[in-house]
Design a protein around this ligand. Structure first.
Ligand code: SAH
Ligand code: DHB
Ligand code: MG
Length: 224
Protein backbone atom coordinates (compact mmCIF):
# COMPACT_ATOMS: atom_id res chain seq x y z
CA UNK A 1 0.00 0.00 0.00
CA UNK A 2 1.41 3.33 -1.03
CA UNK A 3 0.70 7.00 -0.60
CA UNK A 4 0.11 7.13 -4.35
CA UNK A 5 -2.72 4.59 -4.10
CA UNK A 6 -4.22 6.25 -1.00
CA UNK A 7 -4.25 9.56 -2.89
CA UNK A 8 -5.83 7.97 -5.96
CA UNK A 9 -8.57 6.40 -3.84
CA UNK A 10 -9.16 9.67 -2.00
CA UNK A 11 -9.54 11.35 -5.41
CA UNK A 12 -12.03 8.64 -6.42
CA UNK A 13 -14.01 9.12 -3.20
CA UNK A 14 -13.87 12.92 -3.45
CA UNK A 15 -14.97 12.88 -7.10
CA UNK A 16 -18.00 10.83 -6.06
CA UNK A 17 -19.02 12.43 -2.78
CA UNK A 18 -17.56 15.93 -2.67
CA UNK A 19 -18.51 17.93 -5.76
CA UNK A 20 -16.29 20.91 -6.63
CA UNK A 21 -17.25 23.85 -4.46
CA UNK A 22 -15.94 27.34 -5.32
CA UNK A 23 -15.87 28.45 -1.67
CA UNK A 24 -14.00 25.40 -0.35
CA UNK A 25 -11.69 25.33 -3.37
CA UNK A 26 -10.86 29.02 -2.83
CA UNK A 27 -10.19 28.38 0.87
CA UNK A 28 -7.56 25.76 -0.05
CA UNK A 29 -6.17 27.91 -2.87
CA UNK A 30 -5.72 31.05 -0.74
CA UNK A 31 -4.30 28.97 2.13
CA UNK A 32 -1.67 27.54 -0.24
CA UNK A 33 -0.80 30.82 -1.95
CA UNK A 34 -0.52 32.55 1.44
CA UNK A 35 2.04 29.95 2.48
CA UNK A 36 -0.02 28.19 5.14
CA UNK A 37 1.06 24.60 5.87
CA UNK A 38 -1.12 21.99 4.10
CA UNK A 39 -2.49 20.71 7.41
CA UNK A 40 -6.18 21.13 6.61
CA UNK A 41 -8.36 18.04 6.70
CA UNK A 42 -8.90 16.42 3.29
CA UNK A 43 -12.16 17.09 1.41
CA UNK A 44 -13.71 13.73 2.33
CA UNK A 45 -12.64 14.22 5.96
CA UNK A 46 -14.27 17.66 5.86
CA UNK A 47 -17.45 16.03 4.62
CA UNK A 48 -17.18 13.50 7.46
CA UNK A 49 -16.97 16.39 9.95
CA UNK A 50 -20.09 17.92 8.38
CA UNK A 51 -21.94 14.61 8.60
CA UNK A 52 -20.91 14.07 12.23
CA UNK A 53 -22.05 17.58 13.14
CA UNK A 54 -25.38 16.93 11.40
CA UNK A 55 -25.84 13.54 13.07
CA UNK A 56 -25.12 15.28 16.36
CA UNK A 57 -27.66 18.01 15.54
CA UNK A 58 -24.99 20.47 16.63
CA UNK A 59 -26.12 24.06 17.16
CA UNK A 60 -22.89 25.18 18.80
CA UNK A 61 -19.40 24.08 17.80
CA UNK A 62 -15.97 24.86 19.22
CA UNK A 63 -12.91 24.35 17.01
CA UNK A 64 -9.38 24.53 18.40
CA UNK A 65 -7.00 25.22 15.47
CA UNK A 66 -8.45 27.19 12.54
CA UNK A 67 -5.57 27.37 10.01
CA UNK A 68 -7.19 28.81 6.84
CA UNK A 69 -10.72 27.97 7.95
CA UNK A 70 -11.19 24.91 5.73
CA UNK A 71 -12.54 22.57 8.44
CA UNK A 72 -14.29 25.61 9.95
CA UNK A 73 -16.36 26.05 6.78
CA UNK A 74 -17.29 22.36 6.65
CA UNK A 75 -18.38 22.34 10.29
CA UNK A 76 -20.21 25.69 10.11
CA UNK A 77 -22.18 24.49 7.09
CA UNK A 78 -23.69 21.78 9.27
CA UNK A 79 -25.20 24.37 11.61
CA UNK A 80 -28.82 25.49 11.56
CA UNK A 81 -29.60 29.14 10.77
CA UNK A 82 -29.13 30.26 14.35
CA UNK A 83 -26.12 27.99 14.95
CA UNK A 84 -22.77 29.31 16.07
CA UNK A 85 -19.14 28.19 15.76
CA UNK A 86 -16.20 29.59 17.71
CA UNK A 87 -12.77 28.80 16.31
CA UNK A 88 -9.46 29.44 18.09
CA UNK A 89 -6.25 30.31 16.26
CA UNK A 90 -2.89 31.53 17.57
CA UNK A 91 -1.25 32.67 14.32
CA UNK A 92 -2.36 36.13 13.10
CA UNK A 93 -1.54 35.30 9.48
CA UNK A 94 -3.59 32.08 9.58
CA UNK A 95 -6.42 34.03 11.22
CA UNK A 96 -6.34 36.68 8.50
CA UNK A 97 -6.55 34.08 5.72
CA UNK A 98 -9.30 32.24 7.60
CA UNK A 99 -11.36 35.39 8.14
CA UNK A 100 -11.33 36.08 4.38
CA UNK A 101 -12.30 32.48 3.63
CA UNK A 102 -15.09 32.51 6.21
CA UNK A 103 -16.40 35.78 4.75
CA UNK A 104 -16.29 34.36 1.21
CA UNK A 105 -18.30 31.41 2.50
CA UNK A 106 -20.97 33.81 3.80
CA UNK A 107 -20.40 32.48 7.33
CA UNK A 108 -19.32 35.67 9.10
CA UNK A 109 -22.53 35.80 11.13
CA UNK A 110 -22.17 32.20 12.32
CA UNK A 111 -18.44 31.99 12.91
CA UNK A 112 -16.40 33.84 15.51
CA UNK A 113 -12.63 33.55 15.23
CA UNK A 114 -10.72 34.27 18.42
CA UNK A 115 -7.07 35.11 17.92
CA UNK A 116 -4.68 33.93 20.62
CA UNK A 117 -3.10 30.82 22.04
CA UNK A 118 -5.90 28.43 22.86
CA UNK A 119 -4.60 27.90 26.39
CA UNK A 120 -5.23 31.64 26.87
CA UNK A 121 -8.54 31.90 25.01
CA UNK A 122 -10.10 28.70 26.44
CA UNK A 123 -10.13 29.97 30.05
CA UNK A 124 -11.72 33.21 28.80
CA UNK A 125 -14.34 31.19 26.96
CA UNK A 126 -15.02 29.10 30.06
CA UNK A 127 -15.38 32.25 32.18
CA UNK A 128 -18.20 33.52 29.95
CA UNK A 129 -21.47 32.07 31.11
CA UNK A 130 -22.41 30.27 27.95
CA UNK A 131 -24.14 27.00 27.27
CA UNK A 132 -21.86 24.00 26.75
CA UNK A 133 -20.89 23.21 23.16
CA UNK A 134 -22.59 20.41 21.22
CA UNK A 135 -19.41 19.49 19.32
CA UNK A 136 -15.74 20.25 19.96
CA UNK A 137 -13.05 19.64 17.32
CA UNK A 138 -9.48 19.54 18.62
CA UNK A 139 -6.94 20.19 15.84
CA UNK A 140 -4.21 22.60 16.99
CA UNK A 141 -0.73 22.01 18.46
CA UNK A 142 -0.58 18.36 19.48
CA UNK A 143 1.62 18.73 22.60
CA UNK A 144 -1.29 20.64 24.17
CA UNK A 145 -3.89 17.94 23.41
CA UNK A 146 -4.08 16.74 27.03
CA UNK A 147 -4.88 20.31 28.15
CA UNK A 148 -7.35 20.79 25.30
CA UNK A 149 -9.17 17.64 26.38
CA UNK A 150 -9.50 18.99 29.94
CA UNK A 151 -10.93 22.26 28.60
CA UNK A 152 -13.20 20.40 26.19
CA UNK A 153 -14.67 18.48 29.12
CA UNK A 154 -15.24 21.72 31.03
CA UNK A 155 -17.07 23.17 28.02
CA UNK A 156 -19.20 20.03 27.51
CA UNK A 157 -22.49 18.56 28.66
CA UNK A 158 -23.80 15.03 28.63
CA UNK A 159 -24.05 14.24 24.90
CA UNK A 160 -21.32 16.57 23.63
CA UNK A 161 -19.24 15.07 20.82
CA UNK A 162 -15.47 15.56 21.05
CA UNK A 163 -13.39 14.85 17.93
CA UNK A 164 -9.60 15.05 17.73
CA UNK A 165 -7.58 14.99 14.52
CA UNK A 166 -4.13 13.42 14.00
CA UNK A 167 -4.12 10.82 16.77
CA UNK A 168 -2.07 8.23 14.84
CA UNK A 169 0.73 10.36 13.33
CA UNK A 170 1.90 7.94 10.65
CA UNK A 171 1.86 5.15 13.24
CA UNK A 172 4.37 6.93 15.49
CA UNK A 173 1.73 6.90 18.22
CA UNK A 174 2.71 3.34 19.19
CA UNK A 175 6.27 4.44 20.04
CA UNK A 176 6.21 5.00 23.79
CA UNK A 177 9.82 6.17 23.71
CA UNK A 178 9.30 8.81 20.99
CA UNK A 179 10.97 12.10 21.78
CA UNK A 180 8.58 13.96 19.47
CA UNK A 181 6.47 16.25 21.69
CA UNK A 182 3.52 15.93 19.31
CA UNK A 183 3.61 12.14 19.51
CA UNK A 184 3.82 12.29 23.31
CA UNK A 185 0.97 14.82 23.39
CA UNK A 186 -1.22 12.58 21.29
CA UNK A 187 -0.28 9.47 23.33
CA UNK A 188 -1.14 11.21 26.60
CA UNK A 189 -4.37 12.52 25.06
CA UNK A 190 -5.40 9.03 23.93
CA UNK A 191 -4.61 7.62 27.39
CA UNK A 192 -6.62 10.36 29.12
CA UNK A 193 -9.51 9.82 26.74
CA UNK A 194 -9.46 6.07 27.36
CA UNK A 195 -9.27 6.44 31.13
CA UNK A 196 -11.87 9.20 31.46
CA UNK A 197 -15.05 7.83 33.07
CA UNK A 198 -17.11 10.76 31.77
CA UNK A 199 -16.68 9.80 28.09
CA UNK A 200 -17.09 6.81 25.81
CA UNK A 201 -14.45 6.94 23.09
CA UNK A 202 -12.55 5.21 20.33
CA UNK A 203 -9.95 6.00 17.68
CA UNK A 204 -9.91 5.14 13.97
CA UNK A 205 -6.89 4.92 11.67
CA UNK A 206 -7.18 6.68 8.32
CA UNK A 207 -5.17 6.68 5.09
CA UNK A 208 -5.66 9.09 2.22
CA UNK A 209 -4.32 12.15 0.50
CA UNK A 210 -3.10 13.43 3.88
CA UNK A 211 -1.10 10.26 4.59
CA UNK A 212 -1.62 7.84 7.46
CA UNK A 213 -3.26 9.28 10.55
CA UNK A 214 -6.48 8.99 12.51
CA UNK A 215 -9.36 10.51 14.40
CA UNK A 216 -10.40 10.03 18.00
CA UNK A 217 -14.07 10.43 18.77
CA UNK A 218 -15.73 10.62 22.16
CA UNK A 219 -19.18 11.23 23.49
CA UNK A 220 -19.58 12.78 26.91
CA UNK A 221 -21.71 10.40 28.94
CA UNK A 222 -21.91 12.22 32.29
CA UNK A 223 -23.02 15.68 33.34
CA UNK A 224 -20.11 18.04 33.86
N1 SAH B 1 -8.50 22.60 11.54
C1 SAH B 1 -7.73 23.04 10.39
C2 SAH B 1 -6.28 22.68 10.53
C3 SAH B 1 -5.61 23.23 11.75
S1 SAH B 1 -3.84 23.10 11.65
C4 SAH B 1 -8.29 22.36 9.13
O1 SAH B 1 -8.45 21.14 9.16
O2 SAH B 1 -8.56 23.04 8.15
C5 SAH B 1 -3.42 23.60 13.28
C6 SAH B 1 -3.64 25.09 13.55
O3 SAH B 1 -3.49 25.28 14.96
C7 SAH B 1 -2.62 26.00 12.89
O4 SAH B 1 -3.25 27.05 12.19
C8 SAH B 1 -1.81 26.58 14.04
O5 SAH B 1 -1.39 27.92 13.86
C9 SAH B 1 -2.83 26.50 15.16
N2 SAH B 1 -2.22 26.51 16.49
C10 SAH B 1 -1.02 26.02 16.86
N3 SAH B 1 -0.81 26.21 18.16
C11 SAH B 1 -1.90 26.84 18.63
C12 SAH B 1 -2.28 27.32 19.91
N4 SAH B 1 -1.48 27.19 20.96
N5 SAH B 1 -3.48 27.92 20.04
C13 SAH B 1 -4.31 28.06 18.97
N6 SAH B 1 -4.00 27.63 17.74
C14 SAH B 1 -2.81 27.04 17.57
C1 DHB C 1 -0.08 18.63 11.42
C2 DHB C 1 -1.19 19.17 12.06
C3 DHB C 1 -2.46 18.84 11.64
O1 DHB C 1 -3.57 19.31 12.26
C4 DHB C 1 -2.65 17.98 10.56
O2 DHB C 1 -3.91 17.67 10.22
C5 DHB C 1 -1.54 17.46 9.92
C6 DHB C 1 -0.26 17.78 10.34
C7 DHB C 1 1.27 18.95 11.89
O3 DHB C 1 1.40 19.80 12.79
O4 DHB C 1 2.22 18.38 11.38
MG1 MG D 1 -5.29 18.15 11.80
Amino acid sequence: MTQELWTAVDRYITDLFVPPDPVLDAALQTSATSGLPPHNVSPNQGKLLLLLAKIQGARTILEIGTLGGYSTIWLARALPTDGRLITLEADPKHAEVARANIARAGLTDKVELRLGRALDTLPQLAAESRDPFDLIFIDADKPSNPDYFAWALKLSRRGTLIIADNVVRNGAVVDATSNDASVQGVRRFNELLAAEPRVSATAIQTVGSKGYDGFAIAIVTADQ
